[in-house]
Design a protein around this ligand. Structure first.
Ligand SMILES: Nc1ncnc2c1ncn2[C@@H]1O[C@H](COP(=O)(O)OP(=O)(O)OP(=O)(O)O)[C@@H](O)[C@H]1O
Length: 624
């Protein structure tokens, strides 16, 4: 008899499930049926593709039995699927292998209401049985193996595995229902739950019960075992759209995504003609927890003629649409399609290409017709869509209509189309500013002249903006210009006062000499109203933020980016500096103008100790 301890994360999850999902106890049955269906999918695939399984007699079915007699109430779910061996049991029913587990557990607040929303997204799986059972037994035999195994646990930190008997491959989970679960040992309850959550499961689900028998006078004379199929057992996505209710779509989504909430939208399409395939895609109402992890779990499953092939292929859809959940079912791919073949397969490439078009088309429809729903989409998926601008050139124009931005002119989000409508008659470009933080950007001195001229500037604080937005280039023939760069200032040049500019030249030369290689240039600014200085980067240089990002990504051999320091010819400080003959005081002022400009834009000052020394010296003089 081998006793094993649950992985720590399992214990944490168990505790959480029991404490936050008690009002949805019945989902344990959905989880068991979904596991059985996956196990049947896997075996079906092997019998069709692997010679060593071809002779196996495969009768795919799920059987539910219950006993409501006496004190000991039990419920069991049995399948003829792939089964598990001893190692599988330890691996699958003792740990949580899923990516994102740590992030998920780290996000828990201890507030059961908030946590139950989170757990809804995480998917509870097999462990949910401990909401209703005092003890769970799993008797299972793996296809192709002779020995069966029994796994037993009361969900209190440990489980045991012992050899067992089972006639053929498959798995039977038997629950000894506790006080919390007694209600589920009932024909009526089980039927309701299966109809609600698992009607769409593609394999038949049979419910076994005792059927009352009557004598000729209509008196009950006893009972006999009976069974009844309680689901429709047709792959939901193959059914005609008009025969599927919204509830059925939602329940199917919950089964394949393990999300507790309804999806934000779904798109069910069928292609016929030279290529035949069906797709059913969903967008979760919240971004999946692992969306920003490299090892995210792909959410689209591939079927070939209703046979499950894989749910672990990231290339079925482009990376930027990794939040999609759903099914692709092709009639044209070979059943034993390998990962390598899949990646170069023309049929798959075509399905992917046209699926992306359809999905984006549906997004565009929602963006046009249902702006409220589109905004909840944007809250979660704006950033991945921006990644699409970078990686999916073929769909660039559609994506440009879908992404949204913050702006100096409107609250909330705006589209490029809306920005264009608001442009002033003589406005030359769509202006934007990039940086780390929306609030810092809103306060940036770089925006002063734009504000004065009533020019709208898009605020870009997502870390992908720095890479993505320069790729856009133009939107409907209007150029996008970064306010952080020297060139955008040229559009404001009309404001430049030649005389003032000439008068400032000696000061600029003197500052350049003092600042040396800390700057690329020192020039008169046309952008500033109140601030004495700001920095921009040369048109051909990466911005300061981009340089920081590249450094963080390990590019250490980058030449140092030198900013261009712009000074405000009307600033009192600048005017005084013109008169200043003391070289040391002049140097302090020049360095402080540079460092403060770096600070307001969120860039680090090069030598903080030097900065503080100069600041203190100037304060001392100022306070004297
Ligand atoms: N009836 C079954 N037959 C064969 N294997 C099973 C069965 N039930 C569970 N398993 C195995 O145990 C694993 C863990 O199941 P569990 O329901 O906890 O999570 P999951 O199904 O992998 O994850 P999720 O529920 O998020 O899909 C499964 O991935 C599967 O390998």
């Amino acid at each position: 008899m081998a006793k094993h301890q649950f992985q720590t994360e399992v214990n944490q999850l168990l505790h959480l499930i029991i404490h936050s999902l008690y009002s949805h106890k019945e989902i344990f049955l959905r989880e068991l049926i979904s596991n059985s269906s996956d196990a049947l999918d896997k075996l079906k695939y092997l019998t069709l593709t692997d010679d060593s399984f071809k002779n196996l007699s495969f009768d795919p079915r799920i059987d539910i039995t219950f006993s409501e007699e006496g004190d000991e109430k039990t419920l069991s779910v049995s399948d003829t699927g792939i089964g598990m061996n001893q190692e599988d049991l330890v691996e699958n029913l003792g740990t949580i292998a899923r990516s994102g587990t740590r992030t998920f557990l780290g996000n828990l607040t201890g507030d059961s209401k908030k946590d139950s929303n989170l757990i809804g997204q995480f998917g509870v799986g097999f462990y949910s049985v401990f909401m209703v059972a005092d003890r769970a037994e799993v008797v299972t035999r793996k296809a192709g193996e002779e020995t069966a195994w029994k796994w037993v646990s009361d969900g209190q930190g440990a489980f045991e595995i012992t050899p067992a008997e089972r006639e053929s491959c498959g798995t039977t989970v038997t629950l000894h229902l506790g006080e919390e679960g007694r209600e589920f040992a009932s024909r009526w309850q089980i039927e309701q739950i299966v109809k609600k959550y698992s009607n769409h499961i593609a394999f038949p689900i049979f419910l076994h019960y005792e059927k009352a028998e009557y004598d000729e006078e209509g008196k009950e004379k006893g009972s006999a075992p009976a069974e009844e199929q309680i689901n429709t057992a047709a792959a939901l996505w193959k059914r005609p759209r008009n025969e599927i209710t919204p509830e059925e779509y939602n329940e199917f989504y919950k089964t394949i995504s393990h999300d507790g909430e309804d999806p934000l939208m779904h798109l069910h399409t069928r292609a016929e003609g030279t290529m035949e395939y069906t797709t059913l895609f969903y967008v979760p109402s919240r971004a999946p927890l692992d969306m920003y992890q490299v090892d995210y779990r792909p959410g689209v499953k591939l079927y070939v003629k209703r046979v499950f092939i894989t749910d672990d292929e990231k290339n079925l859809m482009p990376t930027y649409l990794r939040f999609l959940r759903g099914v692709i079912d092709s009639e044209d791919l070979p059943l034993n399609v390998s990962r390598e073949i899949l990646q170069q397969n023309r049929v798959m490439a075509k399905i992917r290409e046209s699926s992306v078009k359809k999905v984006l088309g549906e997004f565009a429809r929602i963006a046009r017709e249902d702006s409220e729903r589109w905004l909840s989409f944007v809250e979660h998926y704006n950033r991945p869509l921006k990644e699409g601008l970078y990686s999916d050139f073929a769909n660039r124009d559609t994506l440009l209509e879908l992404v949204r931005f913050r702006s100096t002119k409107v609250e909330g989000w705006t589209s490029l189309a809306e920005y264009k409508e608001r442009m002033l008659p003589d406005q030359k470009a769509i202006y934007y500013i990039t940086g780390d933080n929306e609030q810092t950007l809103r306060n940036s001195p770089l925006l002063e002249a734009y504000r004065r001229k009533d020019l709208e500037v898009l605020i870009m604080a997502d870390d992908v903006d720095e890479l993505v937005v320069p790729m856009i280039g133009t939107y409907q023939e209007v150029e996008l210009k970064s306010v952080n760069r020297s060139d955008a200032g040229k559009d404001l040049e009309a404001e430049k006062d030649q005389e003032k500019d000439e008068a400032l030249k000696p000061l600029l030369e003197r500052m350049k000499a003092v600042l040396g290689d800390r700057v690329k240039d020192v020039v008169t600014s046309v952008r500033l109203a109140d601030s004495p200085s700001c920095i921009v980067v040369d048109e051909s240089d990466p911005t300061m933020k981009m340089a920081q990002m590249m450094k963080a990504m390990g590019q250490t051999d980058l030449p140092e980016i030198k900013p261009i320091l712009e000074v405000n010819p009307d600033s009192a400080i600048v005017l005084r500096m013109k008169e200043l003959s003391d070289e040391d005081r002049f140097a302090d002022a020049a360095f402080l103008l540079l460092d403060q400009a770096l600070l307001v834009e969120g860039s680090p000052v090069k030598d903080p100790a030097d900065f503080v020394k100069r600041l203190n010296r100037v304060m001392e003089q100022g306070l004297a």
